[in-house]
Design a binder for this molecule. Structure first.
Ligand SMILES: Nc1nc2c(c(=O)[nH]1)N[C@H]1C(S)=C(S)[C@@H](COP(=O)(O)O)O[C@H]1N2
Ligand SMILES: [Mo]
Length: 371
């Protein structure tokens, strides 16, 4: 039996309307984003980090939980949370972004979790390196991938499944890949994968399997639902290329104060320090530029130190306003591999990895004084 949707069958569809449906509202209640003012923190405070949960948050019991390592390995392993905690420990700030971030800004709009730009966060994950466990298990010659299985279960695109994703042996063996049991110094909360999750720095979030119970070494590339779903396609019948590492993105803390309904910003004439964060899974951040005229002209921002090798880089930019008026602010990041954010929206069927520049409408007012 294949997990793959039949050719031509597209589970989610697209909408030409800007209005989200009840079902999308339902998804966006369960899966919240990070308020962009949260960009002020190096490490996103607990509860502010975005969430993406495909099915239900499963009930995890740390006392009885176990992780099995099986399939094409010389020594099968079964590890309790205490076993994992007694192994070498690493703590790492990692910026995570959902591959669907920016989806609801596309036209036509792919119907799924309707993210704008806020499906991000940086958390300090604590756990143990995966590589040493794989070495102990002894991954056999014939294995090409490792399949990571979460206990959460549901139906997507008509396919009943546990949440599963794979990595090649090479990607899984990288130093920075960890099995995490703590975040920001406390045990994982249920919604972030309690009691155990995979964290794959640099990759879009779908790879970091939560509620992890099984790692299986397999002889063929994995073709489960979540593996085949995350591919760049223009049409449902295309195979497409896999979605992997995060493309560069920069976001700013929206300046001034907002209007409740529209979220439009208001600032007073004068010198305004803009700030934000930029990241990329394809290389370190080399440059951030800011446009105050909707992308017509750009000027360089000042970069700070990245929070870690796998976390975002802060930037600041002084905006001198002399006249009242309407402006559109855009930050744009470029990484060391030369990737830059597009100003036009590139489209794909599920709305993956759309790192188009953020646009922040701002009204600059004469200094009239607040009420
Ligand atoms: N088991 C399991 N793991 C999962 C998911 C899921 O639904 N089930 N969602 C994935 C997706 S799409 C993302 S973007 C990240 C979100 O991680 P967070 O909710 O901790 O921010 O978890 C990934 N891991
Ligand atoms: Mo995601």
């Amino acid at each position: 039996m294949s997990d793959r949707p039949a050719p031509g069958e597209h589970p989610d569809g697209v909408s030409t309307s800007q209005e989200v449906s009840f079902e999308e509202l339902q998804l966006s209640q369960r899966n919240h984003g990070m308020q962009l003012e949260g960009l002020r923190y190096d490490v996103t405070p607990a509860g502010m980090h975005y969430l993406l949960i495909h099915f239900d948050v499963p009930e995890g019991d740390a006392a009885t939980w176990s992780l099995s390592v099986d399939g094409l390995v010389a020594h099968r392993m079964r590890l309790s949370i205490d076993d994992l905690r007694s192994r070498p420990t690493v703590t790492m700030p990692v910026t995570l972004e959902c591959a669907g971030n920016g989806r609801a800004l596309l036209t036509p709009r792919p119907i799924s979790q309707p993210w704008l730009t806020e499906a991000i966060g940086t958390a300090e994950w604590t756990g143990t390196p995966l590589r040493a466990i794989l070495e102990e298990a002894g991954v056999e010659e014939g294995a090409v991938e490792l399949v990571f299985r979460g206990v959460d279960h549901g139906i997507q695109g008509g396919v009943e499944q546990d949440y599963e994703r794979s990595l090649t042996i090479e990607d899984a063996m990288r130093d920075e890949v960890i099995l995490a049991y703590e975040v920001n110094g406390a045990p994982l909360p249920p919604q972030h994968g309690f009691p155990l999750r995979l964290v794959v720095p640099g990759w879009y979030g779908m790879t970091s399997v939560k509620w992890l119970t099984e790692i299986t070494a397999v002889a063929e590339p994995f073709e489960g639902y979540q593996q085949l779903a995350y591919r760049f396609r223009q049409r449902p019948e295309e195979d497409g290329e896999p979605v992997t590492r995060m493309r560069p993105r920069s976001l700013m803390i929206p300046p001034g104060f907002p209007d409740f309904m529209t979220r439009k910003r208001f600032v007073d004439v004068g010198s305004i320090e803009l700030s934000g964060r930029a990241w990329s899974g394809l290389g370190s951040i080399e440059r951030v530029e800011v446009s105050t005229d909707g992308g017509a002209t750009w000027a360089g921002a000042t970069l700070g130190e990245p929070v870690s090798a796998y976390a975002w880089t802060p930037w600041t930019f002084v905006w001198d306003t002399s006249e009242p008026g309407e402006f559109e602010l855009c930050p744009r990041a470029t990484d060391a591999a030369g990737n830059t954010q597009p100003t036009e929206q590139p489209w794909n069927l599920h709305g993956f990895a759309n790192n188009l520049v953020q646009r922040v409408p701002v009204e600059v007012r004469a200094p009239s004084g607040r009420p």
